[in-house]
Design a protein around this ligand. Structure first.
Ligand SMILES: Nc1ncnc2c1ncn2[C@@H]1O[C@H](COP(=O)(O)OP(=O)(O)OP(=O)(O)O)[C@@H](O)[C@H]1O
Ligand SMILES: [Mg+2]
Length: 287
């Protein structure tokens, strides 16, 4: 169950921006795609949502293959049973708060009775604490409130999957912290598998069960926040994840030494790549 991505490839013209990546999001799990601008996070999310067409690989949502170009399988976005929250809230200015939240419930694929729609809308607005503003229009709301409307809209249909693309980046620092906690709480309450995209390591480390670090369309490392912090596989991950310090070391028999000859204890983690993680302390990576 959850999401299963296998060898996903996406090209624009001659340029391949997603290089056969594979990862899973287990049932109820909160997984973050973390990486610098342009590494392919949004493209990956859009492929999962069905807003982009992959060139290769398979995507399955709760065991159902929704994309497989070699077999001509492509399930359209509205049939993938997912809720998505974007960086720009993408809510309709001419609709009220409750009409916005009701919108996905009224599209053809899942037209519910008016009473059931109203019930779902009031539940979703209650979850995000916006019930009292149901009749306002977006222009009468703050940025944080608009983002909560977008969140309510994403969960109203009780989707099997939640996707977030940098949902906090338009909020000021205080609101960002509060909304971050709120998203975590709601995800735990609903226990729905969630894929979250950010380039902010603090967000990634504080919210996620697991983090997938991407660079140039490929997965560099995936693991728990703790693993990434203490055992980065290379300099890129160490640099990106923490306020890393890089020390040049050399080996002198069994002893590792700094450049000036000072002996140093080095803990070489299991499965470490070309980098070394220093155990404990504040997440130094050795280059
Ligand atoms: N429609 C498109 N046509 C051509 N190239 C595209 C298109 N969309 C994205 N790209 C390219 O694909 C690569 C990945 O873009 P993507 O938007 O997935 O990055 P990102 O990791 O989400 O970055 P950011 O953190 O800035 O949002 C980039 O090099 C981008 O220029
Ligand atoms: Mg992006």
């Amino acid at each position: 169950m959850g999401i299963s991505v296998r060898n996903l490839v996406k090209s624009y013209g001659m340029v391949t921006v997603i290089q056969a990546i594979s990862f899973d999001v287990a049932d109820g799990e909160f997984v973050t795609l973390l990486g610098p601008s342009g590494c392919g996070k949004t493209t990956t999310l859009r492929c999962i949502a069905g807003l982009d067409t992959p060139n290769g690989g398979t995507i399955a949502i709760n065991g159902r293959v929704v994309s497989d170009p070699t077999r001509d399988v492509f399930v359209p976005p509205h049939e993938r049973d997912l809720g998505m929250v974007f960086q720009s809230y993408a809510i309709w200015p001419h609709l009220t708060v409750s009409q916005n939240v009701a919108f996905p419930l009224t599209v053809k694929a899942r037209r519910d009775s008016a009473a059931r729609t109203a019930e779902a809308v009031s539940w979703a607005l209650g979850v995000v604490g916006m019930g009292h503003l149901a009749d306002r229009r977006p222009s009468e709301l703050s940025g944080g409130q608009q983002q909560r409307v977008a969140l309510a809209r994403a969960i109203a249909a009780r989707p099997q999957l939640l996707l977030f693309d940098e949902p906090l980046s338009n909020l000021d620092a205080r609101l960002r912290d509060r909304t971050r906690l709120e998203i975590s709480r709601i995800q735990k309450e609903l226990r729905v598998p969630t894929l979250y995209v950010t380039h902010d390591q603090t967000e990634a480390l504080s919210m996620s069960d697991r983090v997938i670090v991407m660079e140039a369309g490929a997965v560099v490392q995936e693991g728990t926040p703790e693993t990434l912090y203490h055992r980065p596989v290379n300099r890129f991950v160490a640099d990106f994840i923490g306020n890393a310090n890089f020390l040049a070391v050399h080996r002198d028999g069994q002893q590792w030494r700094l450049e000036d000859g000072t002996p140093i204890a080095v803990d070489v983690g299991d499965g470490a790549g070309d980098g070394l993680g220093l155990g404990g302390g504040d997440g130094c990576g050795l280059g």
